[in-house]
Ligand binder design. Structure first.
Ligand code: TPP
Ligand code: SF4
Ligand code: MG
Length: 442
């Protein structure tokens, strides 16, 4: 029982009924995970259990005290990696992220496990290896032993099983263990893996009583022999501490107090002050080949020259030279940790193709009352919130400068930073500010 914050609870759902078949190894693994968490005594809100698909994936419903995420087949480690990286870099740095995955899921998402090991992110992968796809009827997996009879290998498997522990070690994992579900010290090994500061992996050999033991003469006591027969080491195979956990490494290199990023770190000279108090997000959309992304880059450069942080995300079809071209830009007085423009403050629509893409991306449903939508006069926009400004962008500036003209209109009218900074860049590129415009906006 847990005593944290006066709570009296185990990590598991009170009165939870095991959903597994009688004798299924997943029942043991589930209980041992709970005991390991009790031993570690982490506050439940500091624990994230990320589950995969398959019978083993049913485990999240049994742990209602911790955070749980039920993910897609094979991808649980990728989700866990994202959670751990976010927590250790920009979060509170307190989460313990545990993946519960089967042998089938490990095979399908092998590279996610390799990647988490290479990163050395603070994720523990627990593999409940029953040597087959339990949930879908007992098909062979990459973990099935030689001669194993499964639904898809009725005459016995002829492909050697993957040694996931060796794969993890070659990917520089530092805590690696292979255990049998009935091992007396399984709780201790789980606890050691979870408390390891960095990537850890424990493969647990166990039985699927529905598909494995019915087709193969197999008892729990023979699981050790299966491992030995294939030359797969048992026990704690590696327990090392020489690598730095990914988040600590990352923060140390890029995010520490002393090294926190400043606009001047871009190498671009800061030449003006700005009056911006909160971020502005732009959705700038036009036609491929009409310098939309270059216009966005000039917006970013002038923002940096004014001492602001910026981010720019570009998008265009793979064809590059046809269809739409767009940029999502944020300019901000603070460092930008999320680069999405979910509710754009400024929308620029420079052409018909840009409009089509903005509609496809539901931009007009995402703008707010405070948004400003600057569009070429020739275009008919769907109804939306915000202020719509229709001007002769294409006629006044020409197609290749329409997006930049809209940006200039916004900066000149709203002054988040001095317009001169942008005008200087325009002059540098186009000779003089006056010659940038063919005629004045109408
Ligand atoms: C992407 C994807 N491929 C295939 C499936 C079908 N599927 C569901 S469960 C499962 C096998 C799960 O096997 P394992 O991971 O070993 O878990 P177990 O059921 O043995 O506990 C498969 C292939 C799926 N849901 N998603
Ligand atoms: S099918 Fe196999 S893995 Fe699934 S619950 Fe039953 S015994 Fe366990
Ligand atoms: Mg399985």
């Amino acid at each position: 029982m847990l005593k944290n914050n006066g709570l009296e609870c185990t990590y598991m759902t009170q009165g939870a009924v095991m959903p597994y078949c009688k004798g299924c190894g997943h029942t043991i693994v589930t209980k041992k995970l709970n005991e390991a968490l009790e031993k570690l005594n982490y506050p439940p809100s500091d624990v994230v259990l990320v589950t995969d698909i398959g019978c083993i994936g049913l485990i999240d419903a049994l742990f209602d005290k911790v955070h749980t995420v039920h993910t897609t087949h094979g991808r649980s480690t990728a989700f866990a990696t994202g959670i751990a990286v976010a927590d250790k870099t920009i979060g509170k740095k307190k989460l313990k992220t545990i993946v519960m995955i089967g042998d089938g899921g490990s095979m399908i998402g092998l590279l996610h496990i390799v990647n988490a090991a290479l990163l050395n992110t603070d994720v523990t992968v627990l593999i409940a290896n029953n040597f087959l796809f339990g949930m879908t009827g007992g098909q062979q997996s990459s973990f099935s032993p030689i001669d194993f009879i499964t639904q898809t290998t009725p005459q016995g498997n002829i492909i050697p099983p993957l040694d996931i522990c060796s794969v993890a070690i070659s990917a520089k994992a530092e805590f690696v263990a292979r255990k049998v579900a009935s091992d007396k010290d399984l709780v201790d090994v789980f606890a050691a893996a979870i408390s390891h500061d960095g990537f850890s992996i424990v493969e647990v050999l166990e039985l699927c009583t529905e598909h494995a033991t019915t087709k193969n003469e197999l008892k729990g006591s023979e699981l050790v022999n299966i491992a030995e027969k294939h030359g797969h080491a048992l026990g704690i195979i590696k327990s090392d501490d020489s690598r730095i956990e990914f988040g600590k490494n990352y923060v140390g290199k890029y995010h520490s107090e002393q090294k926190s990023i400043k606009p001047k770190d871009s190498g671009i000279e800061i030449e003006a002050n700005n009056s911006l108090t909160k971020p502005i997000s732009f959705f700038i959309s036009g036609s491929a080949g009409e310098k939309v992304q270059s216009a966005a880059a000039m917006l970013c450069e002038s923002a940096v020259r004014s001492g602001l942080f910026t981010s720019q995300k570009n998008d265009n079809p793979v064809t590059q030279g046809s269809g739409f071209s767009l940029s999502e830009v944020i300019i901000s007085p603070e460092e930008i940790l999320y680069t999405g423009a979910d509710y754009p403050s400024v929308v620029v629509i420079a052409s018909e193709e840009g409009l089509k893409e903005a509609i496809a991306q539901k931009v007009f449903e995402r703008v707010t009352e405070e948004s400003i939508i600057i569009t070429d006069e020739s275009l008919t926009l769907p109804g939306c919130k915000g202020e719509v400004v229709k001007i002769s962008l294409r006629k006044s500036c020409g197609a290749n400068k329409a997006a930049l003209g809209a940006i200039d209109y916004f900066i000149s009218n709203k002054n988040p930073f001095p317009t001169e900074v942008l005008h200087k860049l325009i002059e540098k590129k186009f000779g003089s500010y006056e010659s940038f415009y063919k005629e004045k906006f109408i």
